[in-house]
Design a protein around this ligand. Structure first.
Ligand code: CP
Length: 325
C-alpha cells in the first residue's frame, strides 16, 4: 500500500501507480463501512474544498459536498458564472487565490480543448490539491467509483470482460471523458477491454494507445469493435453511454446528424440477453431513458446504476481524505 498521497492533484488516474489506486479503494471501502456503522470519520475537520463548476451536475456536486461534510469539513459551491472569471480572473489567479483560502480545489470544466488545460493551469498555481470533477479528457472520480462498484460486485475483476460502448443520446452531446477514463483504468485491474463505437465516434488516439499499453502490462486483452451487438456477446460488464463525435467534427449540427444516424444504438433487453448470465449494466447517469437505454434495462435486474452512483461518495471521500489531510 502506498500512502504518500497528501498534496497530490487528481486530474487523471494515470498519474497514480496501481498500489496508489489500491490505497484509494481500500480507504473508500473502509469509509463506506464506517458510514454504514455510523462511525465518526472526521479526517478533514476545519478543512474547506472549493468546488468550481463551469457545467451542471447532480451527482458530482452533491457527493463531493456531502462527502466533505461527513469528513468534518465544508465545501463551497461556486458556479463560474457567479464569479469574476468572465471579467478576467485567470486560471493562475484562481489557483493562487482559491488555494490560499481552501485546502483543495475541485473543478468541472468540460469544454472541448479547454477543460483539461484550465485544470492543469489552476493546479500549477495552486498550493493545494486540484481534483478533477470532469474535464474534456478525463472523469477520474467516476472511473474510481466504477471500478469500486465492479470489485464490490465481482471481487477481483481480473479476467472479466468489460465493454465500454457508445450509445445514442438525444439530450446533448456528452463529453468523451467517462469512456476515456474507463478505457485507461479497467485494463489496469486485469479486465479485458472491448471498446465499441461507430467509426465517427473515436476517442483520442493517445488515450486509446495508453489504454492498450495498460492492458498489455496487465496481461489483459484490448479490442476495438464497430458492431454494437458484438459488444454485448458474453461480456461481464456492459457500460454503454453516449458521447459526441468530437474527434470528427466541431460543428454541433453535424455532430447531431451523426448521433441521429445511429438511432438503433440503444441498450435494450434483447441485447442485454447476449451478455453473460451474471453480467451487470452500468451507466454514470444522467441517461437518456428509452433512447440510450430502455427502462427495462436501467431498472432491470442487471442494472447496478444506483450502487455506482452511491460509490461516487465513498470513492471521493477516500481521495479527499488522502490528498487533503
Ligand atoms: N456522472 C456524473 O458525473 O453525474 P453529474 O453530471 O450529475 O455530476
Amino acid at each position: 500500500m502506498q500512502t504518500h498521497l497528501r498534496g497530490r492533484d487528481v486530474i487523471t488516474l494515470q498519474d497514480f501507480t496501481k498500489d496508489e489506486l489500491d490505497t484509494f479503494l481500500d480507504v473508500a471501502f473502509a469509509l463506506k463501512r464506517a458510514r454504514a456503522l455510523g462511525e465518526p470519520h472526521a479526517y478533514l475537520r476545519d478543512k474547506v474544498l472549493a468546488m468550481l463548476f463551469f457545467f451542471s451536475s447532480t451527482r458530482t456536486r452533491t457527493s463531493f459536498e456531502a462527502g466533505m461534510a461527513q469528513l468534518g469539513g465544508h465545501a463551497q459551491f461556486i458556479e463560474s458564472k457567479t464569479t469574476q472569471i468572465a471579467h478576467g480572473d485567470t486560471a493562475k489567479e484562481i489557483g493562487e487565490i482559491l488555494g490560499r483560502y481552501n485546502d483543495g480545489i475541485a473543478i468541472r470544466q468540460c469544454d472541448w480543448g479547454t477543460g483539461n488545460k484550465y485544470m492543469r493551469d489552476v493546479a500549477e498555481a495552486s498550493r493545494v490539491p486540484v481534483l478533477n470533477m470532469q474535464c474534456d479528457v478525463y472523469h477520474p472520480h467516476q472511473a474510481l467509483a466504477d471500478i469500486m462498484t465492479i470489485i464490490e460486485h465481482f471481487g477481483d475483476p481480473r479476467g472479466k470482460t468489460a465493454t465500454v460502448s457508445w450509445a445514442r443520446a438525444s439530450s446533448y452531446s456528452k463529453p468523451v471523458s467517462v469512456a476515456q477514463s474507463l478505457v485507461l483504468l479497467l485494463p489496469r485491474f486485469g479486465m479485458n477491454l472491448r471498446l465499441v463505437h461507430p467509426p465517427e465516434f473515436k476517442l483520442m488516439p493517445e488515450i486509446v494507445e495508453q489504454g492498450r499499453e495498460n492492458a498489455r502490462k496487465a496481461h489483459a486483452s484490448f479490442e476495438i469493435l464497430d458492431d454494437f451487438d458484438e459488444g454485448f456477446k458474453d461480456t461481464d460488464v456492459m457500460y454503454a453511454k453516449s458521447w459526441g463525435a468530437l474527434l470528427t467534427t466541431q460543428d454541433p449540427e453535424e455532430d447531431k446528424r451523426l448521433i441521429d444516424k445511429y438511432d438503433t444504438w440503444i441498450t435494450d433487453e434483447k441485447r442485454m440477453a447476449l451478455t453473460n448470465d451474471d453480467a451487470i449494466y452500468m451507466h454514470p447517469l444522467p441517461a437518456d431513458r428509452n433512447v440510450e437505454v430502455a427502462d427495462a434495462v436501467i431498472d432491470g435486474p442487471k442494472s447496478i446504476v444506483y450502487d455506482q452512483a452511491e460509490n461516487r461518495l465513498h470513492a471521493q471521500k477516500a481521495v479527499m481524505a488522502l490528498t487533503m489531510s
